[in-house]
Design a protein around this ligand. Structure first.
Ligand code: HEM
Length: 489
């Protein structure tokens, strides 16, 4: 571990810089008497301590971060005009934060849960955030279900614990979750470390080139360390022995100079393919099979520098799916659309209105030139410059060029399901994933799922959940039913 030394000399001071005479004894009215209000050092110290915490992230509270570099390895200018992707060999600073989803701050790392894979690219056109997971798909496909879904993953309002009833009730009633649940309880459901897992942008995004031609893309980050995972038994033991296992592993590997890296790929779909593609290309519960849209390598990401202060740089870091740069934009994926609101709102609540301007969050390769001003903890960065637009004092002009290309829409407004494509149903890709597994992998999947379902207290909840797996593959349902019966009796 690198020990940090003080760079300044001089006495201990109060927050306002006055020397502190005694930091071990508070002031009293006579030896042994009550404590005095005039002891401002004591009051300030207690008050500051009371305010050390900010609200933890409502999801992904538990995580670890590191800085690094993204390097372009292939020419992607036919697909995007993003400046940081403009040249082979071009390097961009990145900050990554990996996390679990359901656990509160301080929870163990070695648990069965998706891992967050949040990236900030400090580009010369502003920060580009890709806030993905280590899984290519997700449990639901409409943002309106997200708070309910997360309520079932976190603590029950009455018991204060995560409850198998809630988890499997929601999944059983949300058949679109079958694919992601099959992934989660399979061999990759508990990564051995943050270095040994892939990352995905998960959603479909829009790329557009200098001529204004648009494409739909999906990002894949393949770990160069190889995928390594833990069995349930290994994870249970590690979580008990070393709750900080993944955080420690990431920090220590970087301290040793073993810099983890990922090779980065995209799948590219011409915009005109989308309407007739066999799956809805904007459905987050589905992958695009590589046979349909192969992976194109675009770059390499390496993490090589640890943050110095976890609170300042990891806890206060903010990532938002709406942080786009020219040449990259959203797709009509209903989950992504909801996320375009949720993160900025969370940041304003959790870190404050000036969160974007903290050192870890602000642009590093350009500057933010806004007329947004003031608010809590404003640092005066605009000096005396005018705070409105248009102005005749040389204020920053608008560019008149949107970051991304327009998307054609049709029809009426309303609470609608996304259009269904020829091969869309909630079970087909879950069944495909099951059938791809070896016999041993299937056995572990069934054991893991049955183990998690053993705590269900209502038969109908277990039966409905099993029915979804049966629809994915009859053998999957049959084996799971037998395993659950053996455990639940
Ligand atoms: C509509 C669905 C979703 C909503 C409303 C939502 C909302 C949120 C919120 C409010 C946070 C906390 C942000 C903060 O306090 O800084 C968060 C964190 C996060 N979410 Fe989501 N989320 C959704 C779906 C997803 C999906 C599909 C993924 C991945 C594909 C994802 C990945 C993450 C990650 C990685 C973080 C942690 C970011 C960090 O390290 O600071 N979320 N989400």
């Amino acid at each position: 571990m690198t020990a940090q030394q003080y760079e300044t000399t001089g006495p201990l001071t109060t927050e306002s810089g006055a020397p502190v005479a005694d930091d071990r004894n508070s002031q009293t009215a006579g030896p042994g008497g009550p404590v005095l209000v005039q002891d401002q050092h004591l009051l300030e110290k207690l008050a500051h301590f009371n305010r050390e915490r900010i609200p933890e992230r409502i999801v992904h509270a538990r995580g670890a971060g590191a800085y690094g570099t993204f390097t372009v390895t292939r020419d992607v200018t036919p697909y995007t005009r993003a400046a940081f992707l403009s040249e082979v060999g071009k390097e961009t600073e990145v900050f990554a934060r990996f996390s679990t989803v359901a656990g509160n701050l301080g929870a163990a790392d070695a648990v069965r849960d998706p891992r967050g894979f949040a990236l900030k690219f400090y580009t010369e056109e502003g920060n580009y955030d890709l806030v993905g997971n280590n899984t290519p798909v997700f449990f639901i496909k409409d943002a309106v279900k997200f708070p309910d879904f997360i309520h079932t993953q976190k603590r029950d309002p009455y018991t204060g614990s995560q409850e198998a009833d809630n988890v499997f009730d929601f999944w059983g009633l949300s058949p679109e979750s079958t694919h992601q649940v099959t992934w989660l309880f399979g061999d990759r459901g508990i990564p051995a470390s943050y270095r040994h897992m892939h990352g995905f942008g998960s959603h479909t995004f829009q790329w557009s080139n200098a001529d204004g031609e648009a494409f739909w893309v999906k990002y894949h980050f393949k770990t160069d360390q190889g995928v390594k995972s833990l069995t349930q038994a290994e994870a249970d033991e590690l979580a008990g022995k070393d709750p900080d296992s993944h955080q420690r592993d990431l920090r220590e590997s970087i301290e040793r100079g073993e810099f983890p890296s990922w090779t980065v790929y995209v799948q590219v779909m011409p915009v005109q393919d989308a309407a007739a593609y066999r799956f809805n290309p904007f459905d987050l519960t589905k992958v695009w099979p590589h046979a349909d849209y192969p992976l194109h390598e675009i770059g390499r990401m390496e993490l090589n520098r640890n943050p110095e202060n976890i609170f300042a740089e990891v806890e206060q870091s903010i990532f938002s799916p709406h942080h786009f740069v020219p040449g990259i934009g959203p797709s009509p994926d209903k989950m992504l659309q909801g996320r375009l609101f949720a993160y900025g709102d969370a940041h304003r609540y959790r870190v404050g209105i000036n969160a974007d301007h903290l050192p870890v969050n602000r642009p590093h390769a350009t500057e933010a030139r806004t007329h947004g001003r003031d608010g809590f903890l404003y640092d005066g960065r605009h000096g005396g410059r005018k705070n409105y637009e248009p102005n005749s004092f040389g204020g920053p002009p608008q560019t008149d060029r949107p970051l991304w290309e327009p998307v054609a829409v049709s029809g009426w407004t309303g609470d609608t399901e996304a259009p269904s494509h020829a091969e869309d149903d909630d079970f087909v890709q879950a069944g495909d994933l099951y059938r791809l597994m070896t016999e041993e992998e299937k056995g572990r999947l069934i054991d893991n799922l049955a183990g998690a379902m053993a705590g269900i207290t209502h038969d109908h909840i277990a039966e409905r959940a099993i029915e979804n797996f049966r629809k994915a593959d009859p053998d999957y349902g049959k084996r799971l039913e037998a395993a659950v019966q053996a455990l639940r009796g």
